[in-house]
Design a protein around this ligand. Sequence first.
Ligand code: ATP
Length: 312
Amino acid sequence: MTPQSEGASSPAIAVRGLRKSYGAVEAVRGIDLDVMRGEVFALLGPNGAGKTTTVEILEGHRDRTAGEVSVLGYDPARSQRDLKERIGIVLQSTGVEPYLKVEETIDLFRGYYPHPLPLDEILDVIGLEEQRRTPVKRLSGGQQRRLDVAIGLAGDPELLFLDEPTTGFDPSARRGAWEMVRNLQSLGKTIVLTTHYMDEAEHLADRVAIMVHGRIVAQGTPGDLVRREDSTTIRFRLATWPEDLPPGLEARSTGGGQYTIVTDAPTHRLHLLTGWATDRGLELEDLTVSRPSLEDVFMELTAPPELGQGRE
Ligand code: ATP
């Protein structure tokens, strides 16, 4: 089957009005999303939000209840074989033979595809050249996860689905995995990843979508999402309560001599604050000015309604 309306500028994935119910449970409640070719797209959301269901529908592993879905120009509900040759799926753990060597394992999976990616290129991208002759059972957890990615890459897919690629990793293994994702992107691959780590999404994703209760509540670049919150937080420490702060500087004590000012005019407030402190010969210890992180935005969007208002 020939994919419809496929071109370099068409999105790799286009979803309109997607719904999925499991009996009475509405797991996905009418979502729209586009993933552009060559971009890293992160699907975020709390447990049970509907991410896995959505990704499985895109992969062709689950039927949908309603809506339009196009993946590389195919309808994944209809074009199993053609589509499968062009996508790679990296699940949370892939069952592989523990006594085979790394290169033997990758070659085994390459054999399933008509146009596999060269072995050396795969080893280079995933960073397992030195372990190419190591039996799988002797790889560390992080190295095994890289091998899972190698298997997903074997068929030289245009689109790769990565399910929580760094869950359980130590910080240095996570950095290594992030570098690997960037290598994949530089090969021109489109990547859809799910993750529970907001810093990971912020580092890796060109665009993110946040799902809550089967709906997409925010979609855009991490920068766009962070800019939704127009507040900046100024923090400082002082030994005594700053009683005579000028009007407009409403500081809140957060304990331990620490104060915060939340403002949408940080330049002006900082000018007032530092002028006030300089006039009194005070040093504002631990002075920081910070924008909300993607994690702050995520918490705000996914907080239960009764907690959503009073968050600090
Ligand atoms: P997690 O972050 O925990 O993996 P998720 O965002 O991937 O969660 P889903 O696994 O898609 O969420 O689940 C969405 C909703 O659909 C949940 O309420 C879940 O219980 C329900 N669900 C998922 N799979 C099935 C199924 N096979 N049968 C019935 N209900 C299901």
